[in-house]
Design a protein around this ligand. Structure first.
Ligand SMILES: Nc1ncnc2c1ncn2[C@@H]1O[C@H](COP(=O)(O)OP(=O)(O)O)[C@@H](O)[C@H]1O
Ligand SMILES: O=P(O)(O)OC[C@H](O)CO
Length: 551
């Protein structure tokens, strides 16, 4: 993919350091002033990259989005080309910024850029050359199934969750890195020679956007680091007990420095293009960014983002809560300075929009994702079909590694519409199971669920969700909450806002609330059938994709 080298006469100078302090703005900025502040946001998701420029009122004024290649080299494997992803980011920045300029704005009005990204995805590169040593192993990849089984037998395995908040599964970064060290000679050699850099997508992007090995910016924020299994949740620092468990030697492996999610210095500046010299001042894993974008700043607030996967985060405040019911404990956000890190309980669903994409790309049911509601509405109900979309095993709260996608209840009566409906319902049922677990862990019942992400555009899906969980589902008109969250983190670092209260009007207009419209009995009956289907999709005997041997 070619990228135009954009050396514009309008290229800005870096923001002078003295303008950037912990509390640079005195008092509340009025609406007119806020309209003139702009913040760029890079949203590097699992299937697409986008760059959105927001004004100080949280309205997008310019944006560009590009899909990139999904590589599935073997069943259960899922990879991305690290360089292609950087190219999409650079291209999106150039296109959206050009549009911004064409609207008559000045680059100097862009105060900072934030980054948000798919989490857990593992990248490895050579610190001497800056070149990737392997494709990125994407978060839904299940090649580590066999390895996870072995690690679970190891002494200390049960303790990991209490330190880092995550249970052993194919999902976090740790097992993907260990797999690479065991299976890729170049990666192992670089490690033995002390040249190996490990990073999640944020670190890879920050490294490259800052200019690569010359600047050698190697940082991650606490939300991304909390998905690796290498970070102690309480201290937000690497923990040797975790690294020792995975037999990782810090003398041989370069790990990025962990910093707060909102920071005007650590993330560096953009090294080229129209935004050359602009400060990167915010960085959050995408689900954390969505929580910030939805302004779920108070304990007890939650959001559910229906993107490629679906992730429900519930703010638990300044102390992590280790789940006893199949959820993850994670850093929700860390705005640094005098603010303490805030934690969340998380329910992660591996397949949401990717189920819709599967019906489109693999089964040819629809020509574009937004046609799914029409197809699902062509029938009155699911016709007895339940689809457990366990393409990556089943994540929260079940954690069934050996589950496979399974469709139950097919008869001669079954039409495409029934399967389409069952696909949307699968995410809604899993969300219900997560909410039940969250209620047990937190002792608190959610009053309503804030939603966003691509699949939340489906009214049918959101109505179904309200019916299945029995509480209202509240959807904003502007659904780029993930990108907005990263912009907010960056904006705080450079003083566009300084108190969360100043954000409270953002994205509140024209929200749609879906009220439950079926009886609790009808809803419970549907969920019971789903729970049976989950039990029945366990224990698939398969070849172990990591080494081709029988399980
Ligand atoms: N109208 C729609 N109805 C249902 N699913 C949709 C719709 N629009 C997009 N999607 C799904 O949403 C996903 C993209 O959402 P997005 O939030 O952009 O995800 P990501 O950040 O993971 O790339 C795709 O998997 C797509 O299939
Ligand atoms: O690409 P998304 O939006 O489904 O998010 C991916 C998550 O960060 C994976 O943990």
């Amino acid at each position: 993919m070619a990228i135009e080298k954009a050396s514009s006469p309008k290229s800005p100078q870096p923001i002078p350091k003295e303008e950037v302090t912990d509390s640079p703005t005195e008092g509340h900025l009025d609406e007119e002033k806020l309209k003139k502040f702009y913040i760029g946001s890079i949203d590097q998701g699992t299937t697409s990259t986008r760059f959105i420029i927001f004004d100080g009122l949280g309205q997008p004024v310019a944006q560009h989005q590009l899909e990139f290649t999904q590589n599935y080299p073997h069943p259960g494997w899922h990879e991305h080309d690290p360089k292609e992803i950087v190219e999409t980011v650079e291209l999106c920045i150039e296109q959206a910024t050009q549009d911004f300029l064409d609207q008559g704005h000045e680059i100097e009005d862009i105060k900072a850029v934030g980054i948000t990204n798919q989490r857990e995805t593992v990248l490895v590169w050579d610190r001497e050359t800056g070149e990737p040593l392997h494709n990125a192993i994407a978060w839904p990849d299940t090649r580590t199934k066999g390895l996870v089984r072995q690690l679970k037998e190891k002494e200390g395995a049960d303790e990991l969750k209490n330190i880092c908040g995550l249970p052993l599964s194919t999902y976090p970064s740790s097992v993907k890195l260990v797999w690479l060290l065991q299976h890729d000679k170049a990666v192992k050699k670089a490690y033995d020679e002390g040249r190996l850099v490990f990073g999640t997508m944020d670190t890879w992007l920050l490294y490259n956007l800052n200019g690569g090995k010359e600047k050698n910016v190697l940082v991650t924020d606490a939300t991304n680091a909390s998905r690796t299994m290498f970070m102690n949740l309480e201290t937000t620092e690497y923990d040797d007990r975790l690294l020792d468990f995975f037999k990782l030697d810090r003398k041989k492996l370069t790990l990025p420095k962990i910093v707060p999610s909102s920071d005007a210095k650590e993330f560096g500046t953009l090294a080229k293009g129209l935004l050359k010299g602009i400060r990167i001042a915010g960085c959050l894993g995408d689900q954390s960014a969505a929580l910030v974008g939805q302004q779920a700043f108070k304990p007890g607030r939650a959001k559910n983002t229906y993107g490629t996967g679906c992730f429900l985060l519930y703010n638990v405040g300044e102390k992590p809560v280790i789940s006893k019911h199949g959820l993850l404990a994670t850093v929700a956000y860390d705005f640094g300075g005098k603010r303490k890190p805030v934690y969340a309980l998380e329910g992660s669903i591996a397949v949401a929009g990717s189920g819709v994409k599967f019906l489109m790309d693999n089964l040819g049911f629809i020509s574009s994702s937004n046609k799914i509601s029409e197809l699902a509405s062509s029938v009155e109900d699911n016709g007895g079909v339940v689809f457990v979309t366990a393409f990556s095993g089943l994540f929260a709260p079940y954690w069934i590694d050996d589950a496979k996608g399974t469709i139950f209840g097919i008869t001669q009566y079954t039409e495409q519409g029934h399967i389409a409906r069952a696909t949307l319902e699968a995410t809604c049922f899993q969300t219900k199971a997560i909410l039940d677990a969250m209620e047990k862990d937190s002792g608190h019942k959610l009053a309503e669920l804030a939603v966003d992400g691509g699949m939340s555009s489906s009214n049918l899906c959101m109505q179904t969700q309200a019916n299945i969980i029995g509480i209202p589902v509240d959807r904003p008109a502007m659904r780029e909450t993930t990108a907005l969250g990263a912009a907010i983190a960056a904006g705080f670092a450079v003083g566009v806002w300084k108190e969360f209260d100043e954000l409270k009007e953002i994205n509140q207009k024209d929200r749609v609330v879906f009220e439950p419209n079926i009886s609790a009995e009808a809803s419970a009956k549907m969920f019971k059938k789903w729970s049976r289907a989950v039990e029945m999709c366990r224990g698939w005997v398969d070849t172990d994709e990591s080494n081709g041997e029988e399980d």
